[in-house]
Design a protein. Structure first.
Lengths: 286, 92
């Protein structure tokens, strides 16, 4: 078994794989991240053949680890990087208890965090990647970690996962040497990972005060709308993978967040439009 | 004789008003309930007492500006039945 230790934000992962290929790809894309030398990890992700002969014959990668889903379908070996990323997501979603996890992207400026959450296809990941190239610090495109004691957002800056049309859009503003391999025909369509800017990795221990929450929606005329606090609360419980598991701690963290963080629904049709709307809101924050 | 109801102990619930709705976190089950206007008022006037729907309606009339509606007790009773199924009040 080959293995690799990776530290992303507050989390230490051990990745173990039957094949070298996914770990070599991960090591290259996470080359600027700290590795753990003491053998300690919060979570283990294992990439193994579904059956022993599938190591060699039409090799397929089965994701397992400390936490797993019994019906997760294996992926072909050329999508093993995606399998590793999915495995890390799964450990966080099912096992992390130190923070309230919100399925949201986040970027930071002047110590304040902008969070974006919404359904798949809302553009939250692409928007965070785009803003990261325009003066914002990238904090993560998958999970925002909300500290229940302090109310601060912790960074979890994994690789940025671009899907379908977003790949070409980001290729126009990010140099080729920050891209991972193009994986075509995955269960989520075409996927290509991008290394976050170096600044995001170097400052991944820096926390930020949540200052604005957006629910972006791509493909509609540009508009900003107020939302009722009840709707915001309910949608955030749906966006959290561990709200129920955290019990009273999660309730207190989320109610504080909803009471204090200004929130808008944002419709947009292009990155430029979204940036303009975000700038207009950001400039009016206290 | 009318059915008596008693609210779950207040120390076991955390009420948090938002806009038109109120959240009630129930510590024993870990469930978050999202309830509309009348429910927090019902739980407040019930206190720790065992009361009928009519008693509760009377207390609500004393404390709140209820609309002059003849079916107020029926509405309160309907809420009590729902709250009872959620474990937020119990039948005594």
């Amino acid at each position: 078994m080959h293995q690799l230790y990776l530290t992303v934000g507050p989390t230490r992962f051990r990745l173990a794989s039957t094949w070298r290929q996914p770990l070599d790809q991960l090591a290259a894309l996470y080359k600027d991240y700290p590795t753990s030398q003491d053998g300690y990890a919060d979570f283990t992700v294992r990439l193994e053949p579904e059956k022993p002969w599938r190591r060699y014959i039409r090799p397929s990668v089965h994701i397992s680890g400390d936490f797993w889903l019994p019906d997760a379908a294996p992926l072909p070996l050329d999508q093993s990087l995606l399998a590793a990323e999915m495995g890390m997501n799964l450990q966080m979603a099912l096992g992390w208890r130190r923070h309230l996890l919100l399925h949201a992207s986040s970027v930071e400026k002047d110590g304040k965090a902008l969070l974006m959450t919404g359904l798949s296809g809302s553009g939250k990941s692409t928007l965070s990647a785009m803003l990261a190239e325009k003066g914002w610090r990238f904090m993560g495109d998958e999970f925002a970690l909300l500290n229940p004691d302090t109310g601060m957002v912790h960074s979890f800056p994994r690789l940025i996962s671009l899907k379908n049309e977003a790949i070409a859009a980001m290729r126009a503003i990010v140099p080729e040497n920050r891209f991972g391999p193009l994986m075509k025909g995955t269960p989520k369509g075409d996927i290509r990972h991008v290394m976050p800017p170096l600044d995001a990795v170097n400052k991944m221990k820096d926390v930020a005060k949540p200052a604005l929450l957006l629910f972006p929606r791509f493909g509609h005329d540009p508009a900003l709308r107020d939302m009722g606090k009840s709707e915001i609360f309910v949608r955030l419980t749906q966006a959290s993978t561990n709200y129920v598991a955290l019990g009273e701690t999660g309730f207190r963290a989320l109610t504080r967040f909803v009471d204090t963080v200004p929130t808008k629904a944002m419709d947009y049709q292009s990155g430029d439009q979204a940036e303009e709307l975000i700038d207009s809101l950001w400039s009016k924050l206290p | 004789m009318s059915q008596l109801y008693r609210a779950a102990a207040s120390e076991g619930l955390i009420q948090h008003p938002l806009d038109s709705m109120t959240l009630i976190f129930q510590k024993s089950s870990g469930i978050t309930h999202v309830v509309a206007d009348l429910v927090p008022a019902i739980l407040t006037v019930m206190g720790a007492d065992a009361l009928t729907a009519e008693d509760i309606t009377g207390r609500l009339s004393d404390s709140y500006d209820l609309e002059d509606s003849g079916d107020a007790a029926d509405i309160v009773l309907a809420r009590l039945v729902e709250l009872s199924s959620l474990g937020l009040v119990e039948q005594v």
